[in-house]
Design a binder for this molecule. Sequence first.
Ligand code: MOS
Length: 695
Amino acid sequence: MTTQAPQFPGAPVVRREARDKVTGTARYAADRTPAGCLYAWTVPATVAAGRVTAVRAVDALAVPGVHSVLTHDNAPRLQEPDDPILAVLQDDRVPHHGRPVALVIADSLEAARTGAGELHIEYERDPHDVTLTEDHPGLYTPEEANGGFPAVRNRGDVEKALADSPVQTDATYRMDALHNHPMEPHAATAVWADNHLTVHDSSQGSDKVRGSLAQAFGMSPDRITVVSEHVGGGFGSKGTTRPQGVLAAMAARHTGRPVKLVFPRAQLAEVVGHRAPTIQRVRLGADLDGVLTAVSHEVVTQTSTVKEFVEQAAVPARVMYASPNSRTGHRVVDLDVPSPSWMRAPGEASGMYALESAMDELASALGLDPVELRLRNEPATEPDSGRPFSSRGLAACLRDGAARFGWHDRDPRPAARQEGRWLIGTGVASATYPVLVSRSTASAHAAPDGSLTIRVNATDIGTGARTVLAQIAADALGADPAAVHVDIGSTDLPTAPLAGGSSGTASWGWAVHKAAADLAARLAGHSGPLPAEGITTTADTEQETAGESPYARHAFGAHFAETAVDAVTGEVRVRRLLGVYAAGRILNARTARSQFTGGMVMGIGMALTEGCGTDPVFGDFTAKDLASYHVPVCADTADIQAHWIEEDDRHLNPMGSKGIGEIGIVGTAAAIGNAVRHATGARLRELPLTPDTLL
Ligand code: MOS
């Protein structure tokens, strides 16, 4: 669709809940303690495959304060849930290490945890397999990868084009599993009262959670309220319903009391999804001028025996560069591991590490500047679909970023720059993320006292959703954003999609804009005082968001990194990281910058410290907490800059915005890896780039 250019200021408005958060008055799911509330503690399976043969609860029930123990023997029966990971305590099967097999419910958190330690569980073990290899006999080609993308796409004849190319690269890149670890762990407080279930849940979208609970408990959704008022991060792990709400609701039904459940950090990795490990082979063919003739990106990854989830890592290669011959494919094996799921930029984050590392290898093979190589392969239309781009700002991002970063002062030779024991290098990588949007509803209300209220079940996972929705409404109403009250975070509000796929602001904002513009028109046509009930407008973007766009719509970006590698210890420091983005109109410069730099920080972790293997003997993830799974700290994030290109794209939504929540992580690890190659001359193809791999 085509829309009018908006008059939107994009002002750097401060988050409206900032003070509540730093003063501790913002209430998260586990901050709710209804009268008579009990506390639950989950007991995770200690085997990776098999079944529970006996649970002896005598000692646990003898712990003072312990109220009851739920297992598959006595837990309330569920209907078949919409996601099989939610079928907890329904049968004796153990599909992976860490699957909840019992729930201890007590008067206090301490009693519940102590009781859990006194529970004796016996298992019958089956052999397990938790190790992904590129030649695993169980590998198969799925129908689809995550996001509904076809698993395999072929254009032209890649093998012939590769064989005929004067310059070729062929390399395989590896990444272990990555964990989401939001600051607020997954938590829920559940209350049954008058045949109505209320759950305070830490989620990225409470309408989705309500639907899952309605399905699991065989209830009408209008008998369920789910509240996600403040959420301390999710990164995708709270985008699908997680077991905490189901378990808390089961425990509350069993005991007749409110129940609160917080997954402890050490259990999170095995219940909230992970970015699946990938083994990615990328082959590129080019002519002597660096024009691509063949792109082949083949991904091997894992899923669980519970459900199929295929990290769509080869999909960005269908968007990025012109090439007459292309093959992009995924193969997967179901292992005895927890189900992988969404983690910030699923597909793009992994896939662009491999593709953008391969582009750097090709630039080296050609003796061509890596920025120039990318510019020479800009496509006129989306390579895989042939659709025109609604806008494509990659070249502008590369040029602007190169100028800001001082890229052209660079001596292209590897290992040419040294400061004492530090080897210094710079690297570049592209970024992309699709424009997604979903149907939403919203309402706008003007009261006789002049106050304005927007209602929409958006979720603020730390992004500043309330603030930007107030700005969007204020823009449509011609009002001051501070005068617009915004109600979000409850299923009692107009239905809205989740905060995920970098689509929240576009989806909710479209409905908010529509309701607010409608209200503005109604107010303009009204004379005299408003009626006592005020004026309310409602909006639904069903029509606007239906169907496929004729345009290929993506945000783009370019990441530039300067790294210093300690020649003695192998330590890598990221000295500078600079991102330039083309993401449509930026609606709030302050919160947008925070999203971009937050993604880049996560990319530093992906490059240098994050990654988690599985123990082949015990079948569990080897890192259990933030002491063993290392995310970046302030000392790792010295100089990080985010900039953007002004982009006027009329084929998006009334605000003219693309999503910004995920693109910051895309390509960042490749830029850092490419900088390490430039610094040292060593091409490493496995993340993270820990000191031992550099020596
Ligand atoms: Mo994001 S991984 O779509 O929550």
